[in-house]
Design a protein. Structure first.
Length: 198
């Protein structure tokens, strides 16, 4: 299993390859989401507030894999199955181009060539996204298990994004947990996820 930074979402056509601004590779959120998971994974005493200082050193790709494997020993197998499913999606993309009624043969060839050039890039990007999604699912499981009512972190674009993803995962669960996401501008700017009905 390999995770590594790729880059923004590619836009692939018969005209060329470009990249969509604002559609960042989920790899950029892996370190922070794993730090949140590490912070909430411990024994709890009721009516006590816990704090955790986020480790600012960079985690290597292997360290990140090792951290999630503690929670999901079968992650490699699961990811491989998900990647195989994504490869079918890529094949369907190619088939759609081959059967496109408006493009001429030269345009189809260019389009197919561009898809082929970006295939490994897209697969790695999908692996990073799947890996990130599994971390978020694990954070949700820890929140449920320990009945965590609130998460707070220093405000950054990345922490806001990760908290929004956790919020979405909680609201989409069968128990439909409601949450509030707030920015507090006290002494230091923080982002706070409040879990209301757990």
């Amino acid at each position: 299993m390999k995770i590594e930074y790729c880059g923004p979402k590619p836009i692939i056509t018969h005209h060329g390859i470009s990249f969509k601004e604002g559609k960042e590779d989920k790899y950029t959120y892996l370190k922070l989401s794993l730090q949140i998971l590490k912070a909430i994974n411990h024994e709890y005493n009721s009516n006590k507030t816990y704090s955790y200082f986020i480790d600012t050193r960079d985690l290597s790709d292997n360290e990140m894999i090792d951290m999630i494997m503690k929670f999901h020993p079968d992650i490699e197998t699961v990811l491989e199955q998900e990647v195989q499913s994504y490869k079918k999606y890529i094949q369907n993309e190619e088939d759609n181009v081959k059967n496109h009624s408006i493009l001429n043969q030269e345009e189809k060839n260019i389009f197919l060539s561009n898809l082929k050039i970006m295939e490994l890039y897209k697969i790695q990007r999908m692996k990073n996204k799947l890996f990130y999604n599994h971390i978020i699912e694990t954070i949700k499981e820890e929140i449920f298990e320990h009945k965590i009512k609130e998460l707070t972190a220093p405000f950054t674009e990345k922490s806001w994004h990760v908290f929004q993803t956790i919020q979405g995962e909680l609201s989409s669960s069968k128990t439909s947990i409601t949450t509030d996401l707030k920015v507090n501008d006290g002494e230091t700017l923080t982002v706070k996820l409040i879990i209301n009905n757990i």
